[in-house]
Design a protein around this ligand. Structure first.
Ligand code: PPS
Length: 339
């Protein structure tokens, strides 16, 4: 699938390939990826896993609010990057989030964009534990004299599933993801700068930072029925945020307080998050938010303004080829907002 054959020089300067995946050279050094191979997952960790630009921050804000029982002030007390430990990130000389996470109280909130084979292996080793135990119960014999008959015992089998952590995977249609990711590159200091054509080409062959959208999404889609995995689509959040909030709440076991659902929807709306400095990354040291806002458009269907007719045809062909056996389908046009 060729969109472009142009060689982009600063890609090689600013990024490196580790484990077959392209990463930001400064932000995701080899050591971080190596150390994550022995990172300890805790029983009550909540891990938000996404391909970049899929609605990660949106989901993080929902989880933060639920975590604090809908106390918006508490939820937004810290900047997003201090609430969720971004495992595969390290900025300058700051202590890496995965190191900070080691001493954080539970339940920890973690975020990662890593492909399956670069995630901490414990994520796969510690899926769920099943305890089975027997109890013996003596029948209630109060109406009998102790000596009138021997006590009767019942044996009962109990099965307890104890889940070791929870994964929320957010997926966004790949055309809008590519557009959002392309724009993000323009605004982030150390990310390589591409033309749209070159970016789309690299995205399609999985040679951008964090690798292949197709691989990551196909894998987590295949895991969606596991009890510790919640698979949510960005487009679903757009269409019915209330339902998604209730789904996340049920999954995590963190209830929505009575009468608060509408408030969460409002708090997590695009406009509210765009003007919320705790989540809009306006103070992030590596982002040029003035010219390239993190909360850019927040819509379904912006790809229409970027993809040419030929690019659309080629991309649809590629999607069919790579994903035809998965059954994963998306809405590509908003049902509610004109783009
Ligand atoms: S990152 O850097 O990978 O963590 O980015 P991520 O948060 O995954 O994705 C950023 C895109 O999500 C949009 N966004 C939202 N859309 C709708 N409503 C809300 N509340 C919302 N919050 C974030 C954000 O605008 C980015 O998409 P684009 O298309 O670039 O606007």
């Amino acid at each position: 699938m060729e969109f472009s054959t142009k060689k982009i020089d600063d890609v090689e300067l600013n990024t490196h390939i580790v484990g077959g995946v392209r990463h930001r050279r400064q932000v995701t050094p080899r050591k971080v990826l190596q150390d994550l191979q022995t990172f300890e997952i805790r029983t009550d960790d909540v891990v938000v896993i996404t391909y970049p630009k899929s609605g990660t921050t949106w989901m993080q804000e929902i989880v933060s609010v639920l975590r604090h029982n809908c106390d918006f002030q508490k939820a937004d007390q810290d900047f997003m990057r201090e609430r969720f430990m971004f495992l595969d990130h390290q900025i300058g000389n700051e202590i890496a989030p995965y190191i900070k996470a080691k001493t954080q109280p539970s339940p920890r909130l973690l975020k990662t964009h890593l492909q399956k084979h670069q995630l901490p292996p414990q994520i796969f080793a510690k899926k769920a534990k099943v305890y089975m135990y027997f109890t013996c119960m003596k029948r209630n014999t109060s109406h009998q004299t102790p000596t009138s008959s021997p006590p009767h015992h019942f044996i009962s089998l109990h099965t307890v599933y104890s889940f070791f952590f929870q994964v929320i995977f957010v997926s966004r249609n790949p055309k809008d993801t590519a557009v959002s990711y392309f724009n993000f590159h323009l605004g982030v200091v150390d990310l390589p700068k591409y033309t749209w054509q070159d970016f789309l080409h690299s995205f399609c062959i999985g040679d951008v930072v964090y690798g292949s959208w197709f691989e990551m999404n196909a894998y987590w889609w295949s895991q969606r029925k596991q009890k510790h995995v919640l698979f949510v689509k960005y487009e679903e959040m757009h269409q019915d945020l209330s339902s998604v909030i209730l789904k996340v709440s049920k999954f995590l076991g963190w209830p929505v307080p009575d009468g608060k659902l509408a408030d969460i929807v409002l708090h997590c709306s695009f406009d509210s998050m765009k003007s919320n400095r705790k989540v809009n990354f306006s103070e992030h040291p590596l982002m040029n938010i003035e010219s390239y806002p993190f909360m850019r458009k927040g819509i379904v269907g912006d790809w229409i303004h970027y993809f040419t007719k030929t690019q659309t045809e080629k991309f649809d062909e590629l999607y069919e080829h790579k994903m035809q056996n998965t059954g994963l389908q998306f809405e590509y046009i908003s049902k509610t907002i004109r783009v």
